[in-house]
Design a protein around this ligand. Structure first.
Ligand SMILES: Cc1cc2nc3c(=O)[nH]c(=O)nc-3n(C[C@H](O)[C@H](O)[C@H](O)COP(=O)(O)OP(=O)(O)OC[C@H]3O[C@@H](n4cnc5c(N)ncnc54)[C@H](O)[C@@H]3O)c2cc1C
Length: 511
């Protein structure tokens, strides 16, 4: 076996979630190597909706403006008979109607996955990640003190030795299978087809702008892809039993027929660029951790695409895991902290998969199903409970409970309080002027003059309720204290450190 490379973390898979993982880990200062078997990022557009929480994470990585430039505001999801008909009935309204005022410094957005992945990978590279395309993981061997990832790349076989592996190798994750981790859930029957094409649909649109439309006449979705400067379209429909073509390349006549029905343009002649057949389900992995390997994204859960939740949930997994891995790699926390990734993310991911399944079972355009949760709650209201409980809270009424997202407060300088959090350390939000010697803490002192006057009330209802609030590196609340001497103990508890630092001795790796 060829050269051995040493690193802290290997990310397997350079799809949306692997790319996000590499960038988020590199930002933590962790040495990360990403391996992707394909020669480049993906070409077929899949995820398009970027939720407001994902946009917050991209803002934290400094790529919000690049994502905005590569996509366009979400124009909502309409339901109609054909594209030529009335487009005023919404399945999901345009983004500016779902922002719910000012709960976040950013907004939901539309950016195609194949445009987003290169932005994330470029950020990962700029932050120091080692990104290797054309490199396939063939085996993973756990040793007592490390994990060996055997890869086959352009220069032949190599071994990458790391402390941990992030498995972002997609729905058919070979790593998950190798570890013997089963998936539990529900089959979603049928096969779907997705076709990317160019065509002049202006005769049907007549100057109207759409993002996504369900066309009842054809039982097909039409998605605007790219942006106004470089417009493509995507047709999404189910594979009809009478279709004789079995390969994506054999379906040109069938797809053209569906498009003509969907648009109400009997002569439209699409230029098909890429056709993909796919199927889905609603499954969650029984475990998210096996020894030194952690499952994220589609490797950990698959869900129907309704609601645009799959990729966004995976990016949140990557974010939830990155700070924990970094804390352990840096020696700031013991390994049991890493168990928390599964106990926090798996229950919330189960709820999200259930939401995607609920949405997939109703006819497009039908009102909310019983138990359907508002997208803003799913995105901003995730509440990690204790004992593997999870819930969606109302982000418009923050409770400041431990395990919920630290709420946004607008500052007088035009920024958000969220912009002042330190992604590598715990942030103490307080109205006091505090001097702390603990290297794990970053203090943000906020006086009334620092607040945007419109958010004075929000501050009093949230952070103003206690002397100090502790925010984890992932922007999740870790608790509140009235005596700031208690902060160190709260950090210890959050990092799963038991008993050692209270008497002045800081926990170190190997203790
Ligand atoms: C039609 C459609 C529409 C969708 N719309 C949305 C949406 O609007 N919003 C949303 O959030 N989600 C959406 N999704 C879901 C979203 O596309 C997926 O959740 C997302 O791609 C998952 O990303 P991932 O990185 O986990 O997996 P993938 O994108 O599947 O990436 C896995 C990567 O791992 C690589 N790999 C696998 N094995 C190895 C190996 N052994 N060695 C090296 N590399 C390996 C693969 O080549 C691949 O690049 C949609 C999905 C579909 C099909």
């Amino acid at each position: 076996m060829g050269v051995t490379i040493d690193t802290d973390v290997v990310v397997v898979g350079g799809g949306l979630v692997g790319s996000a993982s590499a960038a988020l880990l590199a930002r933590q200062g962790v040495a990360v190597t990403l391996v992707e078997r394909r020669p480049s990022t993906s070409v077929h557009p899949k995820a398009r909706l970027v939720t407001v929480r994902s946009m917050e994470l991209y803002r934290g990585l400094g790529i919000e403006s690049a994502v905005r430039a590569a996509g366009e505001p979400s124009h909502g999801f309409a339901v109609t008979d054909t594209l030529s008909g009335d487009l005023s009935t919404w399945i999901a309204p345009p983004a500016d109607e779902v922002e719910a005022g000012d709960l976040s410094p950013t907004t939901p957005y539309s950016c195609d996955q194949q445009r987003l992945e290169p932005i994330l990978l470029s950020a990962a590279g700029d932050l120091g990640a080692d990104v290797r395309f054309g490199t396939t993981v063939v085996d993973v061997v756990e040793r007592p003190d490390a994990v060996e990832v055997r890869v086959q790349g352009p220069d032949g076989p190599r071994v990458i030795r790391a402390q941990f592996v992030v498995a972002a190798d997609g729905a058919r994750s070979a790593l998950r299978e190798r570890l013997g981790v089963a998936m539990s859930g529900t089959e979603v029957p049928g096969r779907s087809v997705s076709a990317v094409f160019r065509a002049d649909l202006e005769p049907a649109l007549r100057g109207r702008t759409v993002d996504a439309v369900f066309c009842r006449a054809a039982g097909a979705f039409l998605f605007a892809r790219g942006n106004g400067v470089d417009r493509r379209w995507q047709l999404g429909t189910y594979v009809r039993p009478e279709w004789t073509g079995r390969d994506p390349g054999d379906l040109t006549a069938e797809l053209t027929g569906v498009l003509r029905e969907a648009t109400g343009m009997p002569d439209v002649q699409p230029v098909l660029e890429d056709v993909a057949l796919w199927s889905t389900g609603a499954f969650v992995a029984d475990r998210f951790r096996s020894g030194r390997v952690f499952l994220v994204g589609d490797a950990a859960h698959v869900m129907p695409p309704y609601g645009g939740l799959g990729g966004n949930t995976g990016v949140q997994d990557a974010h939830a895991l990155a700070w924990m891995l970094a804390a352990v790699v840096r020696g700031d926390a013991p390994e049991p902290l890493l168990d928390r990734y599964e106990t926090e993310r798996r229950p919330i991911d189960r709820l999200i998969v259930d939401q995607a399944l609920l949405r997939s079972r109703k006819a497009p355009g039908q009102g909310p199903a019983e138990g359907e949760v508002d997208p803003l709650r799913i995105s901003l209201g995730q509440h990690y409970g204790t004992n593997e409980a999870a819930a969606f809270d109302d982000p418009a009424r923050p409770t400041m409970a431990t395990g919920t997202r630290a709420p946004h407060v607008a500052l007088a300088d035009g920024r958000s309080l969220l912009d002042r959090f330190d992604p590598r350390r715990f942030t103490v939000v307080t109205a006091e002027h505090l001097a702390v010697a603990d290297h794990r803490l970053h203090v943000v002192s906020v006086g009334l003059a620092d607040l945007d006057p419109r958010h004075g009330g929000r501050w009093m209802d949230t952070y103003g309720r206690a002397t100090a609030h502790l925010v984890r590196p992932d922007g999740i609340l870790a608790g509140a204290v009235d005596d700031t001497d208690d902060l160190g103990r709260l950090v210890d508890r959050t990092l799963a450190i038991t008993g050692s630092s209270v008497d002045g001795r800081r926990w170190r790796r190997g203790d």
